[in-house]
Each structure stands twice: as C-alpha cells, then as structure tokens.
Design a protein around this ligand. Structure first.
Ligand code: ADP
Length: 269
C-alpha cells in the first residue's frame, strides 16, 4: 500500500543542521478521497432524476402539449422522479444527523417492544400492497434499553422496509425481538432484533460492503424499487452509536436475516 508522508523541515541556525520530520498522513488522504467519492456519488444520484425531470418538462412544453394522455403519463413519471430526489435528500439529512451524533451517548430509556410493534403497524399498509405477511414475534414481557427511540425506530423501519421490498411478494417477513440474559451462556448476552425475509437473498460476496453508502448488491433492482442506497449506512451508524453490532446472514435464493445485537450494558449506563 502507498503511504503519504508530510515532511517538515526545520533548520537549526546555530548548528547548521536540518531536521526532517516525517508524519504519516495516509489516513487524511484516505478521508479526503472518501469525501470526494461521496460528493461524486451524491451528485450522480441527484443528477439522474433531475435530467429525467428536465427532459419531461421539455417534452411537455413541446410535442406532448396537446396530448392529454401523454401529459398524465409524463406527470406521473415526473412525480416519481421528484419523489426519488426527495427520498435521497431525506436520507442524506438522516445520515448527516446520525454521523454528527456519534460521540453523544443516547441516554433515554426505550421500550423496544413498543418500537417493534409500532414499526410493524406503520409498515402494515406497505406489506399489504406487496402481499407480504408481516409477523411480529415479541417476548411476553416488555424489553427495555437505554438508547434513542427515534433512531432505533429508524433502524427497524429500514430493515423491515428492505425485507418487504426485496423479499418475495406473497411471502413472509418475520420480525423477532429476544432478550438474552447474562447468565444464559449459549448466546452473547444482549437484545436481539432480527428481520427475516424469504426473497432472492444476497450473494455473500456483497455482505462485507453492504452497509457502505450507495453500495447496492443489485443496483437495477434497488433503483427500480426506489432505493437510495443509504438505508443500511444509516442503520450501521445508529447501531454503532448504541455500541451494537449488525449481523447479516444470506445466501442466493435463501432469503436474508439481518440481526441487530444491542449490548445489555447500555441498560446500566
Ligand atoms: P437501498 O436503498 O438500495 O435498498 P440499502 O442501504 O437499504 O439501500 O441496502 C443496500 C443494498 O442491500 C440494496 O441495494 C440491496 O441490494 C441489498 N439488500 C438490502 N436488504 C436486502 C434484503 N432483505 N434482501 C436482498 N437484498 C437486500
């Protein structure tokens, strides 16, 4: 790997010596490159719907002026493209907000059972539209945690939305909440929220990069379904802030399970 050094030279006047200091600044270079890539990606993602919008405006002013049916069709498409831009800007704002929060520990007590059932309620219409059966598997006692309720709600929402979007139409999506106490040694202690679908799954080669901004396993499908490519990046940042982990298990043709593991330690912060 290349290493970039910042070299500082100091001349010591009396001794007639030059002192050279080498400082490894590769990480700064890398951060700069990542920032440039991000800006390039955002510009590209915004320009695509914008170009479509401009094209349709042109057509509406010209050839489609007198054609009512074409006008309606084009307006529908334009609304879709504007919606895509709106989602992208919304996700960019969420991402920048959660990135800014990284150093501040969440401190409110959250009822995770309520979070999960409220997400299931909110997404029931979307599930119905795609004929997906949404199952909620909650323990019989409420599961609590110290955290940020809105952000945890966003995590579960993004995972369940993906499961509904990418899962098999007519299939099932299961949201399961479990609490593993410290004295049960089979699994690491913590709160587990898993979201399982039975769709086409993800080729394991993509799994390590799936939470990167704008990384898509199936770019065509993501765009066709209106995805911004930022959902899992937002999820990762929120989980990091809660000192948790995200586990993704999937194989092609086998559906996918995304599991959020939140440490019990947060309960005693
Ligand atoms: P997007 O807006 O594209 O859905 P995400 O960050 O939410 O962006 O997800 C990144 C990529 O991970 C998606 O483009 C898709 O290829 C893949 N993915 C996420 N969840 C699933 C799932 N449940 N089944 C199959 N692929 C998925």
């Amino acid at each position: 790997e290349d290493t970039t050094y910042r070299v500082t030279a100091r001349v010591l006047p009396n001794l007639r010596v030059v002192v050279l200091a080498f400082q490894d600044v590769s990480h700064l270079e890398q951060a700069g490159q990542m920032r440039r890539d991000f800006v390039a990606n955002v510009s590209h993602e915004l320009r695509t719907p914008l170009t479509a919008l401009m094209g349709f405006i042109e057509t509406l002013r010209g050839p489609a002026r007198e054609d009512a049916a074409a006008r309606d069709r084009f307006l529908d498409i334009m609304q879709g493209e504007a919606g895509r831009m709106n989602r992208l800007v919304g996700d960019l704002l969420s991402l920048s907000r959660v990135e800014g929060d990284q150093r501040v520990r969440p401190r409110k007590s959250v009822n995770l059972s309520d979070v999960v059932s409220s997400v299931a309620r909110t997404l029931a219409p979307l599930a119905k539209d795609t004929s997906v059966v949404l199952d909620c598997d909650l323990p019989d006692h409420p599961v609590g945690l110290i955290g940020d309720a809105d952000q945890l709600m966003q995590v579960v929402t993004n995972l369940v939305e993906n499961a509904i979007k990418y899962g098999a139409s007519g299939g099932r999506v299961i949201i399961k909440l479990t609490e593993v106490a410290r004295d049960l040694s089979l699994r690491a202690p913590g709160v587990y929220i898993s979201v399982t679908d039975f769709g086409p799954g993800i080729d394991p080669v993509h799994l390590p990069r799936l939470t990167e901004r704008f990384y898509r396993a199936d770019s065509h499908r993501s765009r066709a379904l209106g995805g911004t490519g930022l959902g899992l990046a937002i999820v990762k940042h929120i989980i990091n802030r809660h000192r948790g982990r995200l586990r993704i298990e999937s194989e092609l043709g086998q559906g996918a399970t995304f599991t959020v593991v939140l440490p019990l330690d947060l309960n005693t912060v």
